[in-house]
Design a protein. Structure first.
Length: 304
């Protein structure tokens, strides 16, 4: 059998973001779940992006992905404006408010996978409407491992579709407040139990700057976040984490719990770099050696 062209397919949003933090405002910068996730995964494995942009999408952004060796055969450019999102962070940077969401070309997006991508052993269904995630799942042939992400919006407006697609995936990731919203349970362990009952073997709950937890039916694994001196923009941190995790898992060729735990460390450390600057600005300057050095430093911090 010939090796697939990409080892990991990532589908998600591609956006032009305007972001305001307590100290800085940045307009029209590159964002979206697929953009962050593919950038992170590209440090570890050959990654293919599936998404949509409008005819207004700057060529410089496409060049950014191309220099990271992200395969763009699954990227559609259609007549119209690119998806836009803007948000403002609160003083503590933990919470933010969405100021506007313009779906634009995203409104009629139907993700179509290039033939090669259908054979990729690893698939990350990034944050888009669950009906579209399902449409992608229907196109892939026998993937080894599928991770799905979501957000509060889909839990609120498309919970049935979401529940259906979660049941077909190996692993679900969502953040703490989303797990509470979905299940109505405040306890993380109770929420995880309920989510595991939907079908996935693994549930990964992200707790922002407080790290993350991986749950299975038998046990739980707690991973702290790398303590940063300072950071500029947490937008896309969860997508960077998940993309790095899936990239590292695909590079290992494995899907077992030990491999997932190791991959979580790589995802978390890659995300710690991502938030140091806005958009992909830090990730485009990052190299694999820097990731390895920080991983070692992190492991030393956790040694007991
Ligand atoms: P996160 O910080 O993980 O919520 O991811 C932020 C990214 O998600 C931004 O770059 C946005 O462009 C993108 N985004 C915001 N709203 C949506 C939405 N409704 N669907 C898909 N992507 C979105």
């Amino acid at each position: 059998m010939t090796k697939p062209v990409v080892d990991l397919t990532i589908v998600g949003s591609i956006g032009i973001d305007t972001i305001e933090t307590p100290t800085e405002k940045r307009e029209e910068i590159l964002g979206g779940s697929a953009s962050y996730a593919c950038a992170a995964a590209s440090f570890f494995t050959h990654t293919g992006m599936v998404g949509v942009v409008g005819t207004d999408f700057p060529k410089a952004f496409i060049d950014t992905w191309a220099t990271m060796n992200i395969d763009l055969a699954g990227l559609q450019t259609v007549e119209g404006k690119t998806f836009r999102w803007s948000g403002v962070y609160h003083e503590n940077m933990d919470n933010r408010d969405t100021l506007s969401t313009e779906l634009n070309v995203f409104e009629t997006f139907s993700p179509e996978l290039p033939e090669d991508y259908k054979e990729a052993p690893y698939l990350f269904l990034g944050n888009i409407h669950p009906a579209l995630q399902l449409h992608v799942l229907e196109q892939v042939r026998n993937p080894k491992f599928v991770l799905i992400d979501t957000m509060d919006l889909w839990i609120n407006i498309a919970k049935d579709d979401l529940t259906q697609v979660i049941g077909k995936c190996d692993m679900l990731t969502l953040n703490e407040s989303e797990s509470q919203l979905y299940t109505g349970k405040n306890s993380l362990t109770q929420a995880a139990k309920e989510l595991l009952n939907l079908g996935p073997e693994y549930v990964l709950i992200k707790k922002g700057g407080n790290g993350s937890m991986l749950f299975t039916k038998d046990d739980a694994f707690l991973l702290h976040a790398y303590p940063l001196d300072s950071f500029k923009d947490p937008t896309g941190a969860g997508d960077t984490f998940a993309g790095g995790l899936m990239g590292a898992l695909a590079a290992s060729g494995k899907t077992d719990k030990e491999a997932i735990r190791q991959a979580m460390v790589y995802g978390s450390i890659t995300a710690s770099f991502g938030v140091e600057e806005f958009s992909l600005e830090r990730l485009t300057q990052l190299d694999r050696d820097e990731i390895e050095i920080r991983v070692e430093e992190f492991k030393e911090m956790c040694r007991i």
